[in-house]
Design a protein. Sequence first.
Length: 252
Amino acid sequence: MRAAGRAIRGAIGFLTRIPVGGTEADWAAFRRRAYSLPLVGFLIGGLAGSVFFLPVQPPTLVAAYLVGLYLLTGVTHADGLADLGDALAVHGDADRKREVLKDSATGVGGTLLLGVTLFVVALGALSFAGIGPWRALRLVVAAEVGAKLGMALVACYGRPAHEGLGSQLVGELTHRSFAPAVVVSLPAIAAAPNGLAPALVATLATGPAVGLAVLTWGHRTLGGVSGDLLGATNEIGRALALHVGVSVWILT
């Protein structure tokens, strides 16, 4: 139980800007427990999604959601998304793409992918901002937990592309670590409001689907995955999950 608490504290330090005072022992525990990723997804989704209870117009709710989300999580994972955009845009072999991923400068590809993803998140949130605060909160939580489950999939099934922060996580976890991460994610779809269950399932499943796509691309193109790909999985998974969830809700 103590180790689980350390792992969650390490995950909070990795995924958010919340000052939990993490230690090396917390980081080590986090690296061995993939289930801590979706658990912190509940925390992030709950805090960021609480803005939908504000008595303001939908565009203002969306603005508050975006501001709160990135104040809470920082820009580390968005930076990984930008690096992926640059790697997708550059011509060359795997070594060249790995060099671009390591480069701290953001190019046109990174700027474009980051801008489009933020736009997709904003439009997704706007599409359900008026359906009621509890439904909106549940969709946001499911999207956040699913995005973290996608990160867990990449970390558990990936192999390190190079040495770095990401390799400390990817190189430590094994396939067996993914099942507990799935189990702790299931409350995100439990006790769904009337008519929202299919949407929550689809929202949660989108993150791992994105993770599988990123994992496949990383192995085929780079020979493995990196911390940048973990961050990109989180950002893309969240953005697409919001749209998938509200689309399924409308269709069902």
